[in-house]
Design a protein around this ligand. Structure first.
Ligand code: AMP
Ligand code: GLY
Length: 430
């Protein structure tokens, strides 16, 4: 078997690591792999959006399964290109990926499917957005409709901030074309939850629920990032809530997508707010989440490969029993100083070798590269340090120890990943 992983962040490193455990004798390839991935896969020097280049390479190479990490590859139609050549690939077509690449489309889809979400309106003109924002008042959320690397949503506590944010997106194009259309929506209060479902377009198998930490600062302060850490499972999520999420969120939206001639195959990610009135969708993503994947996959004892293969081949997901390790995993992301704003790169990274062999600890690479025989920083989010333990306390303690021991200039991380789980053990709802 020959497996290609597209993408080179922490999520893709975790996917590669898990698939390699599932199929140790398979041949692995990865596009422009980071140094961590390069230890597990042969490099393919074709960019993740060169979908024609990748599909012809995969055909010539006889690739058995391609797994796609990044949303932009999916939005660029990598799945469409592979399917045209009859190559098995795990992920949605570009039409189905619009559920992430256009927030306005996603909102419309949810309205038609009757999926609970924040009330909203979409605007392309500042002159129309401003009166609406004034009418609703703060707090309010302003979002760029297009892809903005997880940073295009701004929660505005004051009216002035909301007006300024919307004006910046629509008039000054601070998010470029991604902000040419904006979504203005109700601010939801509650606990955030990430739920991933592997789906054949009709049926869906949910993975362990997890919780991301989007803000840069401890106590959920400061600007949004791509995600500063995550843990799984979330102790207050019980079977009733999981059933509600499946029945009220996943199944109706999959049905709508199928009806709109854009059936979704692959991994659908629901970003939820669990409010007093039950789950509300904040966003859908069309792929695995980062940093949640790095916390979820180390807990999966059964095969991910066997879950993905039938879906990638066009078959049904079936009713597999997924086995999970008892306990918990917690991922602390190490970022460059200044992230999510401008940050320097090329800082030497020191990972004590004994750390990599210590029990219950995994390090996944994101923004790293080699320079001679050194490992250096090469992006905003640099490494994911995952602690795995018999409970969340142990997982957290292991992750934090690793985060402390790895060194590079400007290293920034949150010491409070997972604290919300302890604070909210009085569940919003179980
Ligand atoms: P998004 O890019 O839509 O996932 O939003 C990024 C983050 O902004 C989310 O993870 C939430 O923390 C926050 N957020 C987005 N929409 C809302 C909302 N309607 N109410 C409260 N917080 C929100
Ligand atoms: N965890 C946020 C994302 O992957 O978009």
């Amino acid at each position: 078997m020959k497996i290609l992983v597209v993408g080179n962040g922490g999520r893709e490193h975790a996917l590669l690591w898990k698939l390699k455990q599932d199929a140790p004798s398979a041949e692995f390839y990865a596009t422009e792999p980071n140094p961590g991935m390069a230890e597990l896969a042969d490099p393919v020097e074709i960019g993740p959006t060169d979908v024609d280049g990748l599909s012809s390479w995969a055909e010539a190479k006889g690739i058995t399964l391609t797994v796609v990490g990044p949303e932009f590859s999916l939005a660029h139609g990598i799945v469409d290109a592979f399917r045209r050549r009859g190559l098995p690939i795990f992920g949605p077509t570009s039409a189905a990926a619009r559920i992430e690449s256009s927030k306005a489309y996603a909102k419309d889809l949810m309205a038609r499917a009757g999926v609970p979400t924040a009330s909203h309106r979409t605007f392309t003109r500042w002159s129309e957005a401003a009166p609406y924002i004034r009418e609703i008042g703060a707090p309010i959320v302003v979002k760029a409709s297009g892809l903005a690397a997880g940073k295009g949503a701004v929660c505005c506590p004051t009216l002035d901030e909301a007006l300024e944010t919307a004006r910046g997106m629509l008039e000054d194009r601070v998010f470029g074309e991604a902000g040419a259309e904006i979504v203005v929506e109700e601010f939801l209060e509650g606990e955030e939850l990430s739920v991933f479902g592997i789906t054949d377009g009709r049926d869906v198998v949910l993975l362990l629920p997890s919780q991301d930490h989007k803000r840069i600062g401890e106590g959920d302060t400061g600007p949004n990032t791509g995600g500063m850490g995550a843990y799984a499972p979330v102790p207050w999520v019980g079977p009733d809530l999981q059933r509600d999420v499946r029945e009220q969120v996943f199944l109706p939206v999959l049905d709508q997508l199928a009806g709109a001639a854009a059936p979704f195959r692959g991994l659908l990610y629901a970003g939820l707010m669990i409010t007093q009135d039950g789950p509300r969708v904040i966003e859908f993503n069309c792929r695995f989440g980062d940093p949640e994947t790095q916390a979820i996959l180390p807990l999966m004892e059964s095969s991910l490969l066997e879950l993905m293969l039938p879906v990638a081949r066009g078959g049904s997901v079936g009713a597999p029993e997924i086995r999970w390790r008892e306990g918990a995993a917690l991922n602390t992301v190490l970022a460059s100083g200044g992230y999510p704003g401008s940050h320097e790169k090329g800082k030497e990274i020191t990972i004590p070798p004994e750390l990599l062999s210590s029990a219950g600890l995994l390090v996944f690479h994101s923004g790293t590269r080699t320079e001679g025989d050194k490992l250096v920083t090469a992006g905003g989010r640099v490494l994911s340090v995952v602690g795995i333990g018999d409970d969340l306390d142990q997982a957290r303690e292991r992750s934090l120890r690793g985060a402390e021991e790895i060194r590079f200039e400007g290293k920034t991380f949150r010491r409070d990943i997972g604290r919300k789980a302890f604070e909210s053990r009085e569940a919003p709802r179980s």
